[in-house]
Design a protein around this ligand. Structure first.
Ligand code: COA
Length: 251
């Protein structure tokens, strides 16, 4: 049997996925793509927060260059990484990338596809694809500008700029930089973010994420329809009653 490319730790409200090819800096090969698709399937049918981290001090050093070198036109047209990252972007509940060390190429694009990115002082993010004779075709050419704006996106995509943790944080490409005192501190910070997310009503979070990415023309009708769904939930009534009851009890 082949070794798993990812490790999965699932609980009722979240799933932690660890990219597990440390010897090749968690380079994303076809098997890892397949394994991540399997996790997407699980999260689509049972929505939970996703946390993604790398093993061995690196998030991911991009697509597996050994495989990339052999790929041709038809492989590119299959959208191997772009299809996966698009699916991750569309997952029902929020996703959090925990970026220790390098997130390069497809590794960076995986992180861009997530809703939140936490780093450490070792984090480095960039898209060196043109240096290998290809382009960053799995989201960076358009998503990066949405995240950091055109000037910085062009520095990264066209001039090989690699952002360090402080730079990425200043741009809010990293939502937080976690000082590491002991192993597990980054994951612990990820769980704190997941706790904040899961403290809210799951369906409200889920619909908010879906609306956030809906096309402009769909608003505001789609917001009203989603709100109509939420207004009919027991959870809404219970949460609002709990709020009002707490206030009534105050002297
Ligand atoms: N695909 C396949 N193998 C990779 C890889 C990738 N994207 N990134 C690293 N590896 C392999 C190396 O070939 C090396 O294998 P070896 O031990 O058999 O020689 C091993 O991982 C360790 O890499 P190394 O470069 O020695 O580690 P490092 O810590 O000095 O540097 C990086 C880490 C991430 C800076 C460096 O590996 C790198 O630049 N990787 C490629 C990044 C890239 O261009 N990504 C875009 C791909 S489209």
């Amino acid at each position: 049997m082949t070794e798993a490319t990812i490790l999965v730790d699932a609980s009722t409200d979240r799933v932690v996925v660890t990219l597990n090819r440390p010897d090749v800096r968690n380079a994303i090969d076809q098997r890892m793509v397949d394994d991540l698709h399997d996790i997407c399937g699980v999260l689509e049918s049972d929505p939970r927060v996703l946390l993604v981290q790398g093993s061995g001090g690196t998030f991911a050093a991009g697509a597996d260059i050994g495989q990339l070198r052999e790929r041709g036109r038809d492989d590119a047209l299959r959208g191997i990484n772009s299809g996966l990252f698009d699916r991750i972007r569309r997952l029902p509940m929020p996703t959090i990338a925990l970026i220790e060390g390098y997130a390069l190429g497809g590794g960076a694009e995986l992180a861009y596809a997530c809703d939140f990115r936490l780093g450490t002082p070792t984090t480095k993010i960039g898209n060196p694809e043109p240096g290998l004779g290809i382009l960053a075709a799995a989201g960076a050419t358009w998503r990066l500008a949405e995240l950091v704006g055109e000037p910085v996106a062009k520095e990264i995509l066209l001039a090989g700029r690699i952002l360090d943790a402080a730079e990425a944080h200043a741009l809010r490409l990293l939502n937080e930089v976690v000082e590491i005192v002991e192993d597990g501190d980054l994951l612990a910070a990820g769980h704190r973010w997941a706790d904040r997310i899961t403290a809210s009503a799951p369906l409200a979070v889920r619909l908010t994420k879906a609306l956030f990415h809906a096309p402009r023309e769909a608003h505001p009708l789609i917001d009203d329809v989603a709100q109509a769904v939420l207004f009919e939930t027991t959870e809404k009534r219970d949460r609002m009653s709990a709020f009002l009851d707490r206030r009534k009890k105050k002297p």
